[in-house]
Design a protein around this ligand. Structure first.
Ligand SMILES: [Zn+2]
Length: 54
């Protein structure tokens, strides 16, 4: 199974786990484009998506 973790670039927390590949914007819509841990606004340049093949 392919999953992707959206990681906050500020605090390194996993903000969202995607079970399948979809738009990062769609994924972030659920968090108001903010990191729920540190409250940083998540811009596409600020966070990373790591792909894990399982
Ligand atoms: Zn954060």
């Amino acid at each position: 199974m392919l999953s992707a973790d959206v990681v906050c670039g500020k605090c390194g927390s996993v903000v969202y786990q995607m079970r399948m590949l979809k738009s990062v914007k769609d994924a972030l819509r659920g968090t108001n484009s903010r990191c729920p841990v540190c409250g940083a606004a998540l811009n596409p340049a600020d966070f990373s998506v790591s792909l894990n093949k399982r």
